[in-house]
Design a protein around this ligand. Structure first.
Ligand code: RP5
Length: 165
């Protein structure tokens, strides 16, 4: 197993709008921080800023980024278009919307065969889990991340109460 470079962005978090950050994607970033995983965070929209997406992905591949987390709401094509443009693993987070995120979920999850997006839950749970899944993927290669994930899981179990009252 290797040691990860702490000064290099291993993960890229992109989101369709600034409005996806507070209450949702900030928790994805916070979770990666807990594991000491450096990441880049950008507002990039498949619809509103397609050139920005192309440029970002070119740079990401050049800089050997390893995972992209893409969050979007409404007609949420960001994760799908990202997956079409790169062979890096893409994790999709559907964010909440006027339709409670169901539109975002279906747009993110229903990818045609051939271009996969690993889709997480709607909103905050998905944002946290996208980070944890990224940690899990990275833990296969990087020893320190693997050890931190093991510790996180055992502490996590201890935090769950045995009784509901
Ligand atoms: C999507 O449209 C974004 O990901 C966001 O969830 C949604 C609404 O964007 P704003 O109108 O708040 O910028 O592209």
């Amino acid at each position: 197993m290797k040691t990860h470079n702490k000064s290099k962005n291993l993960v890229g978090i992109i989101m369709g709008s600034k409005s996806d950050w507070a209450g949702t994607m900030e928790f994805c970033s916070d979770t990666l921080k807990q594991f000491g995983i450096k990441h880049d965070v950008r507002v990039i929209s498949a619809h509103r800023t397609p050139e920005r997406l192309h440029k970002f992905l070119k740079e990401a591949e050049k800089n050997k980024m390893e995972i992209i987390i893409a969050a979007a709401g409404m007609s949420a094509h960001l994760a799908g278009v990202t997956a079409a443009l790169t062979t890096l693993p893409v994790l999709g987070v559907p964010t909440e919307s006027k339709l409670k995120g169901l539109d975002s979920l279906l747009s993110t999850v229903q990818m045609p065969s051939g271009i996969p997006v690993g889709t997480l839950a709607i909103g905050k749970a998905g944002a946290v889990n996208a980070a944890l899944l990224a940690v899990s993927i990275l833990s296969v290669r990087y020893k320190k991340i693997h050890l931190k994930l093991k510790k996180y899981r055992s502490l996590f179990e201890k935090k769950i109460p045995k009784k509901p009252y």
